[in-house]
Write a protein of this length. Structure first.
Length: 256
């Protein structure tokens, strides 16, 4: 079930204005959370975890605060106390997903960015860093991420609103920008060119299909899950496809 456009994905002040309002709200929420007792933090976490399951299963429009309270085992009034309402709780869930994804891919992203900022990166260096980035993204999405994350992320992709900005401005946008930069170095092309950006997106897309089309992927592969052995097979396929995408031979040029 899709998220209603009268829900948190729509703002009367527009996406940019909504993002600014949410940023201020998130800052206040983080400040408040930092002053909570361990018991209060535990209650907040229970609400976020339960809300994630309910929003993923029901969609924003059909989900209710009563459902979420029942799922969490927490008093209904706690939702108002900790978050204010359903829309604010949904934003808290999206922020939790964004923070978790950033934690998974952050160390590799920081190492690659530091190497890029140091300069003198060769095309071969760039290709190796693309493989490192994709391996970390794949592990985060295919091993660490839950189905609930995937459902919520997919809804935000299909109906982007202010909450999509939370996702994109964190790990998603950071990794895409880095992949575009690395692709440009590997191909010795302009990072602003559509061809360069399309190849970066294609490399990320081959990872996303195993998460967003998981049921079809598992059935096609004859698997019932993606464990370490299955992940190793996917990782090799992703590596091979990325190598082909980063090859300049498709333009009649030999990759240096």
């Amino acid at each position: 079930m899709s998220k209603s456009r009268s829900g948190p994905g729509t703002s009367r002040v527009g996406a940019a204005g909504g993002s600014r309002v949410m940023a201020r709200g998130a800052a206040r929420g983080q400040e408040r959370a930092s002053k909570e007792t361990p018991a209060q933090q535990d209650t907040r976490s229970k609400l976020v975890d339960a809300a994630m399951r309910v929003f993923a299963r029901e969609g924003f429009a059909a989900a209710s605060t009563r459902m979420i309270a029942a799922e969490s085992g927490v008093n209904l009034q706690a939702i108002t106390y900790y978050f204010g309402g359903k829309a604010e709780l949904y934003r808290g869930v999206v922020q939790h997903i964004a923070d978790s994804m950033s934690a998974f891919v952050g160390p590799a992203a920081a190492a690659i960015e530091a190497r890029l900022n140091a300069g003198a990166v060769t095309p071969e260096d760039a290709r190796q860093m693309v493989h490192l980035a994709l391996a970390n993204i794949a592990r985060a999405l295919l091993i660490e991420a839950s189905d609930d994350w995937a459902r919520i992320i997919l809804r935000e992709q299909m109906q982007p609103g202010p909450e999509f900005e939370i996702l994109f401005s964190s790990g998603m946008g950071r990794m895409l920008a880095m992949l575009v930069r690395l692709t440009a170095i590997a191909l010795q092309s302009d990072p602003a060119e559509a061809e360069t950006r399309a190849r970066a997106l294609a490399m990320l897309g081959q990872v996303l299909v195993f998460r967003m089309a998981r049921a079809a992927a598992l059935r096609t592969l004859g698997w019932d899950k993606i464990g370490p052995g299955e992940f190793a097979i996917l990782e090799r396929a992703i590596h091979a496809n990325a190598s082909a995408i980063l090859s300049r031979e498709v333009h009649g040029e030999k990759t240096p």
